[in-house]
Design a protein around this ligand. Structure first.
Ligand SMILES: *Cc1c(COP(=O)(O)O)cnc(C)c1O
Length: 340
């Protein structure tokens, strides 16, 4: 409790906090609200469905201290709904939105001294839903655990926004039609670690995945969504089931529309993306990361002068301004903690 936190040295890594939220249910029984308990290890059967067959989902969201001196979350209902869709896909009982959002509020409130001051980062919120009961055959677990832990993280860009270099993956795909790429299934992420590590060893920040069917359209950047901008029109891959429907992605589409830009959701073929004026990727962790270059089949294409693009920067400022409450929230996206 009340450890002195050096807010300036925070990165995106785990700092254990005091309190987590946990609730369990039997398959077929309704979810009931859970409890706060000290953060720590959880007992689990070696035969747990999540350990044996990957029956699990995660979510990721942030709580911020804002210019109004209060703590807010960003669109937590959207995370609740996305986890419900994932639960349906993985044959788990969906957690009701009211229990999910109440759990987020409780766990953030209980750890409020871990929420960094404005500008120093955020409290990262990690909900998990998993088949925690024992099962031997490949089938849904008999019982489920929903838990949330939190950890303070630093600002993604410490010295201001900087553009990243990306590599198109020639040998790996993230998701296939009919698979689980459209939900935050835990099993989707380990297969990306090898391509990602290999790209990083070659000096790239992350890999870009193309579609598994034709290997010609851009799908995602590691675990972030992709946008490019050409003649002031934004293009982003449409949600076909192989793209994770990012809440940042959705927010950028709405925000860009309100700023007067056209946004096209469709197939984004590699050739046209490489001819764009600007490109960026987006997700809860960085909000928006400008893309400085993309390397494809040995050729490196640099966007603009390799610096963050104008529209990319405008969208980043608009979205982070809204999250910090230095800009008006005309969308109803800010979710203050009830106590604030
Ligand atoms: C979580 C995630 C994103 C970003 O989603 P946000 O809701 O914006 O954080 C994008 N792609 C993948 C594969 C993800 O897992």
């Amino acid at each position: 409790m009340n450890q002195p936190v050096d807010w300036d040295s925070l990165t995106f890594s785990l700092t254990p906090t005091d309190t987590m939220y946990i609730t369990t249910t039997l398959d077929g029984a309704p979810w009931t609200p859970g409890n706060l308990q000290p953060y720590g290890d959880i007992p689990m059967s070696p035969a747990a469905g999540v350990l044996n067959y990957g029956q699990g989902l995660f979510e990721g969201m942030k709580a911020y201290t804002t210019s109004k001196g209060r703590i807010v979350c960003f669109r937590p209902e959207e995370n609740a709904r996305r986890m419900q869709r994932g639960a349906d896909r993985l044959k788990m009982p969906p957690v009701p939105e009211s229990i999910f959002v109440d759990a987020v509020e409780q766990v953030v409130n209980a750890n409020r001294h871990w929420v960094p001051p404005m500008g120093k980062g955020a409290l990262y919120i990690r909900p998990l839903l998993m088949g925690s009961g024992p099962v031997l055959g490949v089938s849904p677990a008999p019982s489920y655990t929903f838990l949330i832990y939190v950890t303070p993280v630093g600002p993604y860009f410490k010295g201001g926004m900087s553009a990243i270099d990306l590599l198109i993956s020639d040998h790996h795909h993230r998701a296939a039609p009919g698979g689980s790429g459209g939900v935050k299934a835990i099993g989707n992420y380990a297969p990306g670690m090898k391509p990602s590590k290999e790209a990083k060893a070659e000096g790239y920040a992350e890999v870009i995945y193309l579609d598994a069917e034709t290997h010609s359209h851009i799908e995602e950047v590691g675990a972030a969504n992709f946008f490019c901008v050409k003649n002031s029109v934004l293009y982003t891959p449409e949600l076909t089931g192989t793209i994770l429907p990012g809440i940042t992605r959705d927010s950028i589409i709405e925000m860009a529309g309100s700023l007067g830009y056209d946004v096209v959701e469709g197939k984004v073929d590699v050739a046209s993306a490489l001819e764009a004026d600007e490109a960026f990727c987006c997700g809860t962790a960085a909000v928006i990361s400008p893309i400085g270059s993309i390397t494809h089949e040995g050729t490196k294409v640099v966007y603009g002068d390799g610096k963050p693009g104008t529209i990319t920067t405008q969208l980043y400022d608009a979205l982070t301004g809204l999250q910090n409450e230095t800009e008006e929230d005309n969308f109803g996206w800010i979710h203050p903690l009830p106590q604030d």
